[in-house]
Every structure is written in C-alpha cells, then in structure tokens.
Design a protein around this ligand. Structure first.
Ligand code: XMP
Length: 509
C-alpha cells in the first residue's frame, strides 16, 4: 500500500470531511476508530486526531495512547484531538465561558511555523467547541490565536506535534485547506501522487493477484457504484466476471434494455434476467413500505441465487460497497462495533458462502465517479441520479400493479427526459415521480374526469443525508405538467413536492 495519513476518529460529524480534504490533496488516508487503531507502519506518514461530541473532562472520555504516535510521526489534533493532547500533557482544559461556535478570525499567526505558512493574520476559521484549552503544557508553544480563543493553534517544541481548536476541514475555515496541505505535504512529506489513474492501476493489479483464475459473480443495478466496481474487476479477470442484471419490473422506462446494452458495449460478461412476474406476484396486495421492501429484497435474492448457481465453481461475490458504507458500519462506541447492512445489497444470502470482493470500499462517491471517468465508463451511467434498490416499488404509494408501474414509468420518463432536454438534469441530485393512491376530479373537453394524481420530486443534496427541493423554473414545470396530463392516460393532476429533508425524506415511502 502507498503512503497514507491515518485519521483517528473520536466520533465528530466532520471526520469524513477531514478525509475528503486530505484526499483532495491526492494523498490517501484512512479513518479508523480511536479504540481500534491499526499498527503504526512505515506507510503511515502522519496521524490526525479528529474532533468529538464528547468532552475530555468527562469520565469515560474517548482516549488514545499518544505515545504510540507523538515523536514517531507528525501528529495533528483537531478540536477534541487538540484538547486531548493538551490535557494529557499537563495542560488545562475547561468549559468555555464564552461562545466558541461559528466563524471567528485569527488575530495572531506565527507565519514562520510550518503549519501556519501562508495563513493570513485575519484568516476566517470555524470554531465548534464547548471546552477550551485554558493553559498549554510547558513544552508547547502558541502558534495562532483569535480575539476570544487564545489557544487557537499550538505546537510541541522540537516535535512535529500540532493542535488546532478550530476545524480546518470545513469550508468556513477559508484557509483550512492550506493548513491541511502544510501538514500533509510539508510536514508529513506526502508525495501527492494518489490519483484516479494510480488507483485504477494498483487496484487492477491487486485484483489480478487476489482473484487469479477464480470466477466472480456480481449483481449490477445500473448505478454508478456497481458499474465502476464491475469494470475494475472486468479489467482484472475479463470473462471470469459473471454479471447479473435483474429486471424487477420496477425500473424506469426502457432502463433494462438501455443499461444492458451499455454494459454489453463496455465488454462486460452480463446476463439480463427478466423476473418481472416473480416480483409482481410477491408484491400483490402489499401496501406497507417495509413489507414491499422486504418482498423485493427477498425475491431479488431468490432470483440472483438461482442465476448464480448456474455458473460453475464461483468463488467470489463482487460488490460495489463504497467507503462511507464501511466507515458508517464501524461505530466508535466500542469494540462491539455494529455493522450496518449495506443499503443496496440488502442481506445477500449467507448460504452462498462466497468470499466478498469490494474494489471500491476505500473510495468516496465523487472519487468513484473520477475512477469511472478514468475507466471511460459512459456518462449515461456515471452521471446518473441515485435510484433506490426497490425502484418504483417505493414510488407507487400503496399496492403495486403492472398497470400502475406502466403509468409511473411514462410520467417519470417525461419528467427525467424533460430535465435532460432543458439542461437541468446535472443540476439536480435526484429526481423522480411518485404515484399517489388518490384520485381527483378534473375536466377534459366537456367530460368530468376522476383520475390519478402524481407528484414530481427533485432535490439538491450532497450525500442524500440532507436535501432541499429544487427551485425548478415555473415554465419548465408547466411544460412537464402539460405533457404528462395530455399524454399519460389515467393522470389528470400533477403536483410538485416542496419539502426539504429533514423533516421530510427524499422518497415518499
Ligand atoms: P430518503 O428517502 O431516506 O433517501 O431520504 C435517501 C437516499 O436513499 C435512497 N433510498 C434507498 N436506496 N434502498 C436503496 O437502495 C432503499 O430502500 C432506499 N430508500 C431510500 C433514496 O432514493 C435517496 O437517494
């Protein structure tokens, strides 16, 4: 493995952001829980201690043996990490009696210090802490202050051990990236050579060594992650990768054919399986969202398993798991780490007893896209909005019938195509249509109608955890609404969802 930065996580909401920023500098890094750190090896060029929702003064405060790192490699403590460092070395951390939250400006900066090089005297930083370092340990020197926080940044004399009480990883710390660059590049000496090209090269070589002549089976969803993961494995083992793409009858209009075509174009050894009837049969009469999800998950496993068994001597199961799934799986609370069942793979069958290969499990979503670009995966797959595993099954409120699926496919197609034609598709994080379980009165010609209502939903988001509704142009919405009502039989009313998440969610079910 190439050189890396180790990030010890004390549970801060910003820990992933530290990793993102370091990787934006083309330096590989990994997040590990503070209570289960890896051994310090030659690859680890520096350690960053994250923030935490805890206080260093509380009885069971998260702790780490700093002696393992300090003086051996450069260490940077951020917020809680800095307070822990100060307290353990004889400093004093007290509850803060002034507000230390939000934007602040540095007032003193030691620009000769390696960490603070090129940082302006009045640089804006982001504070977020309830405790504050009242006194530094003797062996430490101050390298930055704000008007209200004297110990904004410090260094241990004669050692590359640093602490900062603000958060360089958030964008409100305007020169935060420079501080992280100073640490990672100038202090730790990382070469900034971790790029998508290098990732592809080393991953493919690694997969070749790991898989040899073994066969791998993998379910594809048409989404970015599984497509990029499959392409990497394909580069390594070619036809020994057997992909399965299931039509669950809940995909978008023409999606099965289009995506299958793209996969074949990419040279993937892929089998399309039409299992629509099996899914519709299992969903008959189900109205509860979780019951529907479970039924869809169960039938997927049955279909996938039956197909996988047709391939002789399969040893591995390929998965498109990405890094956030991995780090969210590992709780920092204790060694009894809880493992989250992965979103899209919904508990694949244990009885298949396959070893798992997950070539993307160290990458964030945007890094997956960059790798996809390097692999020249078509933009119609890479640029795709997220689409839930249960598909239209959770966008048809109430029970599911093939007729309802057909109506929703037509509506969704008009909306999504409209976004593409208007050049709005890439500005939207996710969009789709929802078929409501109600009918409303309308009038067409001289006739009174009593037909279905659909809702359109389009959101902006970074990661789906929070989202805002898109302020799409009225003209655009008017055109889409007209086209839907005029061409989709059975729909006489279109509404637009203007709820943000939280308190609403992106999907309606
Ligand atoms: P919510 O509705 O929770 O959605 O705001 C957040 C993101 O997750 C997707 N989603 C799912 N994806 N299986 C999936 O694979 C599911 O059951 C599921 N439910 C929601 C949703 O489309 C959005 O991108």
């Amino acid at each position: 493995m190439a050189e890396q930065i180790l990030i010890l996580d004390f549970g801060s909401q910003y820990t992933q952001l530290i990793a993102r920023r370091v990787r934006e500098l083309n330096v590989y890094c990994e997040i590990h829980p503070f209570n289960n750190p890896p051994e310090l090896t030659d690859d680890i060029k520096g350690v960053i201690l994250s923030g935490s929702p805890c206080s260093v003064r509380q009885e069971d405060a998260p702790d780490v043996d700093l002696e393992n790192y300090s003086g051996k490699v450069p260490v940077l403590g951020v917020c809680y990490g800095a307070q822990l460092m100060a307290q353990k070395n004889g400093g004093n951390v007290l509850p803060s009696n002034i507000r230390e939250y939000g934007r602040a400006k540095l007032s003193k900066v030691d620009q000769h210090n390696d960490l603070m090089k090129e940082i302006s005297i009045d640089s804006q930083v982001w504070m977020s802490h309830a405790d504050t370092i009242a006194e530094l340990p003797d062996a430490y020197e101050l390298i930055a202050s704000t008007a209200s926080v004297r110990v904004a940044a410090f260094k241990k004399k004669g050692e590359d051990t640093y602490g900062i009480q603000f958060h360089p990883e958030v964008t409100h710390s305007l020169e935060g990236k420079t501080i992280l660059r100073n640490f990672v590049v100038h202090i730790c000496g990382c070469a900034q050579d971790w790029t998508p090209d290098i990732f592809v090269e080393t991953t493919v070589a690694g997969l070749k060594a790991q898989l040899g002549d073994d066969k791998v089976v993998m379910g594809l969803s048409g989404g970015v992650d599984s497509s990029v993961a499959a392409t990497l494995i394909h580069h390594a083992i070619g036809k020994n990768l057997h992909c399965i793409f299931v039509d669950n009858g809940l995909l978008r209009k023409n999606e099965f054919e289009d995506v299958l075509h793209s996969y074949k174009d990419m040279g993937l050894n892929v089998k399309g399986v039409d299992a629509r009837e099996q899914f519709y049969e299992a969903l008959k009469g189900l109205t509860d969202p979780e019951d529907k999800r479970k039924a869809i998950g169960r039938v997927f496993i049955e279909v996938f398993d039956a197909e996988a068994h047709k391939i002789q001597n399969v040893k591995w199961l390929g998965q498109g798991t990405i890094y956030p799934d991995v780090i969210e799986s590992v709780s920092v609370k204790g060694p009894s780490a809880t493992i989250k069942s992965h979103h899209n793979v919904g508990g694949l069958p244990d009885f298949m007893k396959l070893k798992v290969v997950e070539p993307l499990n160290t990458l964030f979503k945007d890094e997956v896209r960059l790798v996809g670009k390097t692999l020249e995966i078509h933009q119609n797959i890479l640029g795709r909005h997220p689409f839930p595993g249960p598909g239209l099954g959770i966008r048809i409120l109430g029970d599911i019938t093939p007729e309802k699926v057909h109506i929703l496919q037509e509506v969704d197609h008009i909306f999504i195509n409209g976004l593409k034609k208007a050049g709005l598709y890439d500005d939207v994080w996710q969009a789709g249509a929802i078929l409501l379980p109600i009918q409303s009165v309308g009038v067409m010609g001289d006739e009174r109608t009593y037909e279905r209502v659909v809702s359109l939903r389009a959101v902006t988001s970074v990661d789906g955890m929070t989202a805002d509704w898109c302020h799409l142009p009225y003209e655009f919405l008017a055109d889409v609404s007209n086209e839907i009502i005029n061409t989709v039989k059975g729909v006489n009313r279109v509404v637009y969802d203007i709820s943000s998440k939280p308190p609403a969610t992106i999907e309606w079910e």
